[in-house]
Design a protein around this ligand. Sequence first.
Ligand code: AMP
Length: 283
Amino acid sequence: MIEVVHTIKEVRETVKGWRKEGLSVGFVPTMGFLHEGHKSLIDKAVEQNDRVVVSVFVNPMQFGPTEDLDKYPRDLAADTRLCEAAGANLIFNPEPSEMYAEGFCSFVDMNGPTSELCGKSRPTHFRGVCTVVNKLFNIVQPDRSYFGQKDAQQLSVIRRMVKDLNIPVEVVPCPTVREADGLAKSSRNTYLNPQERQAALILSRAIKLGQRCVEMGERDAHNVVKAMKELIATEPMARIDYVEAVDLDSVQKVDKVEGDVLFAMAVYIGKTRLIDNFIVNIK
Ligand code: AMP
């Protein structure tokens, strides 16, 4: 039976018991409302570790004042069933007050990789992500932690944080899981009405177009981005937040497609902001 706990003390006790037995620990941080994308991370963690912890925490600190914190979907019972079926051992589901006790005033912040893409449109987002992931790492103290390529900038930011702060955890990237028609799975897809759900396909179509441009030999990043933007503009329900080409590690804009390049986008479909991306490696 999977165990669901709500306090830091309980997580520490359980993990301490495993450590005494010499067991390795994998960790999958999530905001819950779990789907196949999350499950792919849990599957990998189960494969590579003796025990697996999943956190389910909608972290208020990473939401801006006008964002969807209150309406973010939640279903702990369904999440518990998914985690149990996947073979995870422990769910950590704290209240915000457990994570941010009265007087809380310490933060993990970053320059560089947080300045572009989502960092521009959501200026306090990555401070919230870095702070909570750092806290979760300190609470769980895992050997490995699993992050989806779907949030590619987040993955680059976490890698940088782990390196810069000498956090003893291996960061394991996991590929984006998509619906059969190409839409990247996301808890936020539940906000889409049927017409918007159809219109949302413009993101994965833009990705395919961008990939094809690079495959055909286009090495000017601006031309790839332009082609993607033009395609997205043909969808009346879509409004571009950004489409950019950046270096995968530094998350700074590039002009040329060379080395590891991340093509990332955020697009509003109606009121719902969706993100997607692809990465190319050009020698
Ligand atoms: P979230 O619950 O949205 O904060 O996501 C928790 C973790 O699951 C993050 O590392 C995400 O990148 C990852 N994730 C979310 N959606 C997908 C997906 N469609 N494919 C792979 N990983 C995903």
